[in-house]
Design a protein around this ligand. Sequence first.
Ligand code: P53
Length: 476
Amino acid sequence: MTGFKADFLWGGAVAAHQLEGGWREGGKGASVADVMTAGRHGVPREITEGVIEGKYYPNHEGIDFYHRYKDDIKLFAEMGFKCFRTSIAWTRIFPNGDEQQPNEAGLQFYDDLFDECLKYNIEPVITLSHFEMPYHLVTEYGGWRNRKVIDFFIRFATVVFERYQKKVKYWMTFNEINNQANFHEDFAPFTNSGLHYKPGEDREKIMYQAAHYELVASSLAVEAGHAINPDLQIGCMIAMCPIYPLTCAPDDMMMSVRAMHRRYWFTDVHVRGYYPQHILNYFKQKAFNLDITDEDKQILTRGCVDYIGFSYYMSFATKATEDNPTLDYDETKSLVNNPYVKASDWGWQIDPVGLRYSLNYFYDRYQLPMFIVENGFGAIDQKEADGTVNDQYRIDYMHDHIREMKKAVIEDGVDLMGYTPWGCIDLVSAGTGEMKKRYGMIYVDKDNEGNGTLERSKKKSFFWYQDVIKNNGNNL
Ligand code: P53
């Protein structure tokens, strides 16, 4: 191997709720993203009981991609994209989630969107559930804590697999399914699983139950997708933030292993079709008594994923402490700063070598093709007087990460399908709801309060990435 494959999937990634807007158009229902206000670094987004008048919900308008997608895809084509990763908003297809029949206007929207991509030979890469489940499923069913949601999801998945099987080959089931390992905070359980905890509930147990139903649903979706069209490639999607030991003290190393267990067992189930023993022991130790039936276990073996999609932004570090003799991992308490790397303005530790490490971690375990479906640098951009944005820091970030992924391919021999940097066009941040945490290579004129013309312009990184794609990464 001397470089990336000839058909390497260079592109960009977004999610429906972060850019489409049009939250009430074409019959769309409200999703979990539609009841989240804007926060900022250190100030969580508020999850409101329904949409409350007078509050600002940044996802309602997004960057108005719903109306502007043709112009935006034209810019992606100009950059040379081979693929474009987005999600299908479940609420455009089943506005409440529990209907029997899909909403034709929503289906038509994605037909048009995919046709527009294909016009430029851009392959759509589609996530089924990216932090945007119908809000109705939260209020009426309690989100993924309820087994019934599996059926609703499978109905949705089957409808879109059937409808788009000739237009979309690459799919993923649940975006960053393992974010909810951070169940002490409200954000991840709500966005992953529609879990709105009541005071006093056993958050951890409910999270594991919800994740189990999602893993069963993912497996059923993979099985259904392959039955509809065996050519479909259906992957999982894991938020990969490797957790290093702070030192080589044996207990720190073991703490890192235990932390990785707790954040990445999801991948084992997706790939191998069964739970790893350590997590079963943990369930027993905690006396969780989860609803995992023999039939579920059967289902899990039948829908193993075709590839591993993952996001990579940063690495974490952890250490053993005296008040934690059992080396138990708690994501809100167990992470420490890594003194060897710098962090972004939002505290995300920048670690390109960690991407090479992650590719090796996955490939050593699973030997499946991998797809880096998110990577990027959330930063504050300054528009110059002449309208340009000199985002050299973003170029540096991507350059360094692509260099490391190239080493993983050429020297370590991992099987890598593609690379789609996150937020190829500026969009609403998932974690904070801000606009000013920008990832794009295309600038969008809109601020945190929702003001701006929504006009698009090319940043310096636009031309840099165009060149990378043209050279299939050989120029780096
Ligand atoms: P924002 C946490 C850790 C890693 C990735 O994130 C994460 C999160 C959640 O914030 O999310 C993914 O916008 C996610 C995207 C998101 C992107 O990373 O918080 O799949 O929806 O926008 C970047 O800076």
